[in-house]
Write a protein that binds this ligand. Sequence first.
Ligand SMILES: *[C@@H]1O[C@H](CO)[C@@H](O)[C@H](O)[C@H]1NC(C)=O
Ligand SMILES: *[C@@H]1O[C@H](CO)[C@@H](O)[C@H](O)[C@H]1NC(C)=O
Ligand SMILES: *[C@@H]1O[C@H](CO)[C@@H](O)[C@H](O)[C@H]1NC(C)=O
Ligand SMILES: *[C@@H]1O[C@H](CO)[C@@H](O)[C@H](O)[C@H]1NC(C)=O
Ligand SMILES: *[C@@H]1O[C@H](CO)[C@@H](O)[C@H](O)[C@H]1NC(C)=O
Ligand SMILES: *[C@@H]1O[C@H](CO)[C@@H](O)[C@H](O)[C@H]1NC(C)=O
Length: 514
Amino acid sequence: MVINSSFAVMHLSVAAVLISLVSFANAFTRNDFPPNFLFGAGTSAYQVEGAANEDGRKPSIWDTFAYAGNAGQFEGNGDIACDQYHKYKDDVKLMAKMGLDAYRFSISWSRLIPDGKGPINPKGLQYYNNLINELTSQGIQPHVTLHHWDLPQALEDEYLGWVSRRIIKDFTAYADVCFKEFGDRVKYWTTVNEGNGGAIAGYGSGFLPPQRCSLSSIYNCSKGNSSTEPYLAAHHMLLAHASAARLYRKKYQVKQQGFIGFNLIVFGLIPLTNTREDIIATQRAKDFYIGWFMNPLTFGEYPSTMKKNVGSRLPFFTSRESNLVKGSIDFLGVNFYNTFYIKDNPGSLQKKNRDHMADMAAEIKPYSGNGTYTYEFPVIPWILQGMLQLMKNDFGNFPIYLHEIGQQTRRNSSLDDWSRVKYMHEYIGGVLDMLRSGLNIRGYFVWAFLDVFELLNGLERSFGLYYVHFEDPSLRRQPKLSAAWYSNFLNNKSIDSKIAMKTEENSSVLANTS
Ligand SMILES: *[C@@H]1O[C@H](CO)[C@@H](O)[C@H](O)[C@H]1NC(C)=O
Ligand SMILES: *[C@@H]1O[C@H](CO)[C@@H](O)[C@H](O)[C@H]1NC(C)=O
Ligand SMILES: *[C@@H]1O[C@H](CO)[C@@H](O)[C@H](O)[C@H]1NC(C)=O
Ligand SMILES: *[C@@H]1O[C@H](CO)[C@@H](O)[C@H](O)[C@H]1NC(C)=O
Ligand SMILES: *[C@@H]1O[C@H](CO)[C@@H](O)[C@H](O)[C@H]1NC(C)=O
Ligand SMILES: *[C@@H]1O[C@H](CO)[C@@H](O)[C@H](O)[C@H]1NC(C)=O
């Protein structure tokens, strides 16, 4: 009976897919985009590789975070994850079949250099050479992130990682190894993933590794200082980035002809009301979330609103450092998921001990009208366009890669992930409008290529184009409707009912497991 009713639901959703696909078929095709615009998909090392204790890899702060029980009730850690470490050849075949121009992945620092500094692990070196060679042999560009929240635990233990200036030297030496060993084939380097998100959540709320905080509504903070450490971590990320970028430009760029950038998470930000206070608070929130990094990268100093509200807790750049940081990106990677209303909150500045949010003097509220967060993200391309337009106005028309953009669904819901298809259709169509309006967007990377080990809820949340059968020891990958849609789009085909019919026949796999 359960199976029958599941089938009824499946048929209903297939009908919905047919209707929505027909209604937006032929609105645009791949051919409408500039020929050199890149379409790809992404993952990160800890979330897909597995083999966490194999071939000389040592733990990162993310291993420690997962082992402390932060991954939710489903799966505890990334020890196995999607086992891409052993399955990279099959995964690259799937990417090639799908028609991806590029694959965004990250290097596990503690796999390549297990103690964070010192000797290189030959097996780690071999793995990334193999992966990169496999990609390039299939005509897929590797886009590499050096740090995706997985700092070697050894550096955290020795000097608290990003909180210390000592990270600058070790990060630069690690980057040097990567440029030297892989730079003949890798042309796109991103130093740090979501610098702003990592600083706030890793050192302010304790939401991300290394889970340091002193003021948090969520965690019992046992170590850290939410008033100072987010600003220190961000400052050292900027200096480490700038140091690696200077090295790349001096020693490698002319020969290797590549590009180096930084990555931020960008939220849609909208004033809660039309009052002057909320409009100014929204401007301030843009300074605190985006200007925090983009002002130094563009002008060599922090926004004046931050200097005023954070005061002596905000580190400062010497003039040498300011010149080093200024102009140190060739492109910006943007991760975009969610949108918030901003409400002025001047009272928070009266607090003696303030975190980033209190310094911002604003509150954030869910965008959905009834005041609750929805599981799936709202689909509002005009907000992404508005945010990128503002960044262009404030910081110039530098190249942007949408490094992560994707819809969250429950992992066990259905292979008919039509809400993800709708999301991709709306945002990719939106990007076409953005290009026509003069925004300098160069690429679109779906998060994620497959269902990966997600940061906060382990395997319960899903963003993948491919479903992974985690209960099956072979970790079989199976395309969702979204994979078929993206593949058709990438191959310049119009979207038609064939995709929906094909997936209908496979829906039983999930129906039977529910
Ligand atoms: C925080 O500490 C309190 C009191 O010791 C305890 O009741 C609570 O469960 C702890 N919360 C977490 C998330 O550990
Ligand atoms: C955090 O640092 C600030 C500034 O140095 C200090 O006033 C405050 O007491 C510290 N908080 C904790 C929890 O250590
Ligand atoms: C709020 O709106 C969302 C999306 O429309 C809906 O899923 C949710 O059930 C609503 N919540 C309440 C409490 O009405
Ligand atoms: C689709 O169009 C793009 C851009 O015009 C082109 O580069 C690509 O070769 C085409 N792909 C196929 C499979 O026709
Ligand atoms: C459906 O299942 C068949 C047989 O298992 C497989 O060959 C095909 O690729 C699947 N198609 C989709 C869209 O999942
Ligand atoms: C999927 O997982 C959610 C969260 O645990 C659970 O509430 C729901 O019943 C599951 N659905 C199916 C179809 O198994």
